[in-house]
Design a protein around this ligand. Structure first.
Ligand code: V47
Length: 390
């Protein structure tokens, strides 16, 4: 199946689409899988990879070969800089009508531990730890069946007041789609109002895998892949940067992964506002879908490496330590990733699904992970501005 066609959005004047990768210096001797050699030749020539190249990468077991190519791409994009953000996650509600089969976070309205935070309660959480230099509030919830649109505006205003120094990175394209349609607004109209209330950036959740086959099986109620891309493009048009994700390690095929990555690349060619890509490793505990266990370390590193190579027009690839474990996330910094995400304080979505990692990390721990990998830690804000002293 060909990649999904990206949605045609107006050019996003606030963003410059990052240039494709420069020619990379990859010695043929680094590769043991013959299928990687033609891909490496294209990378050496500075050519863009296509679907067949992506599939060869995604099927390869030559982890060191993949890592060598992806690390060269990472060094070309970001040098040894390795980003992290002092942030806090706040999940305003877990009541969700989508009932995705891979998700352990959602509850039905009225369920035992269903909750909805009042804007005031969320603001109190944001104001905790006043001495932490929190640069970003990561706000994600659910598709709640009966929240008025005014709630989301009040939530943003309350958070902005409680933590004026922090950017509000809030609401996935799926949540925007849901809240807009409930309120009888178009996503464009909803984004305008949210931006006026303080929305500064958007997280990349809800993308899952764009394949209609997989969505029909795992999350038939959810916003389609095409709409997810289109709403991301609408945010970019307004100068709101967003992230992109891919949930992998469930029922998707290698080809569906590659199609997903190429659809993101196509959208980025048009609207240019994706800041970072975050592969999300499926955690099966407490989900309806279930599954035999966690993703393998080889697959985690392969997805990071292939993402770095295919997404030549995105600047940053995150190794999300919550899902990968800090140890593997540190290794991933040599397999294409240049960002560890954040300090988080309290992660809930992956922990409901069985994550055994800590719920948050200190800045010192994050810097230590980077430094002991021989790389250069850079504290950033939500927009990848460096917050280090010059
Ligand atoms: O949207 C749900 C995924 C996402 C499971 O943009 C699961 O900076 C694994 O999007 N196993 C939320 N994943 C996390 C997310 C995110 C995280 C960190 C940074 C950013 C960013 C975004 O987690 C959901 C869904 O795609 N998810 N259930 C599960 N069982």
């Amino acid at each position: 199946m060909p990649p999904l066609a990206p949605q045609a959005n107006l050019a996003a004047p606030g963003f410059e689409v990052p240039r494709a990768l420069p020619p990379l210096n990859i010695a043929p001797a680094m590769l043991s899988d013959p299928a990687l050699k033609p891909v490496a030749a294209k990378l050496r020539a500075g050519q863009r990879l296509n679907f067949e190249d992506g599939l060869a990468l995604m099927l390869s077991h030559d982890l060191l070969g993949l890592g060598a190519m992806a690390h060269a791409a990472r060094l070309a994009k970001n040098g040894r800089k390795t980003y992290y953000v002092v942030n806090r996650h706040i999940n305003y509600s877990n009541v969700c009508t989508n009932r995705c089969r891979f998700c352990a976070f959602w509850r039905d309205a009225g369920g035992e531990d269903a909750y909805l935070l009042e804007p005031k309660q969320a603001a109190e959480m944001a104001a905790e730890h006043p001495n932490l230099p929190i640069a970003e509030l990561h706000i994600v919830g659910s598709c709640h069946p009966d929240i008025p649109f005014s709630y989301y505006l009040e939530l943003l205003s309350a958070l902005a007041q409680a933590r004026p120094g922090a950017a509000l990175k809030a609401f996935t394209p799926v949540e925007i789609d849901h809240m807009a349609s409930d309120a009888g607004l178009s996503p464009d109209q909803a984004l305008d109002q949210l931006q006026a209330a303080g929305l500064g950036a958007m997280p990349g959740g809800g993308a899952e895998i764009f394949s209609p086959r997989v969505r029909a099986e795992l999350c038939p109620e959810k916003t389609s892949g095409q709409r997810w891309l289109a709403i991301s493009g609408m945010a970019h048009e307004r100068g709101i940067p967003t992230n992109a994700t891919m949930l992998y390690g469930h029922i998707e095929t290698p080809a569906e992964r590659v199609e997903h990555l190429l659809a993101l690349r196509g959208q980025q060619d048009i609207s240019g506002g994706f800041s970072a890509f975050i592969p999300l490793a499926y955690h099966p505990a407490n989900t309806e879908l279930g599954g035999s266990g966690a993703t393998s370390g080889l697959d985690d590193l392969r997805v990071i490496a292939v993402s770095r190579l295919l997404l030549d027009n995105l600047d940053h690839i995150k190794a999300y330590w919550v899902m990968l474990s800090p140890k593997l996330a540190q290794v991933a910094l040599n397999f294409g990733a240049d960002d560890l995400d954040g300090t988080i304080v309290e992660e809930r979505i992956t922990h409901e699904a069985g994550a055994t990692t800590a719920k948050g990390m200190t800045e010192a721990e994050m810097r230590g992970m980077v430094q002991s990998a021989g790389l250069e830690p850079v504290r950033r804000d939500a927009f990848y501005n460096s917050l280090e002293p010059a």
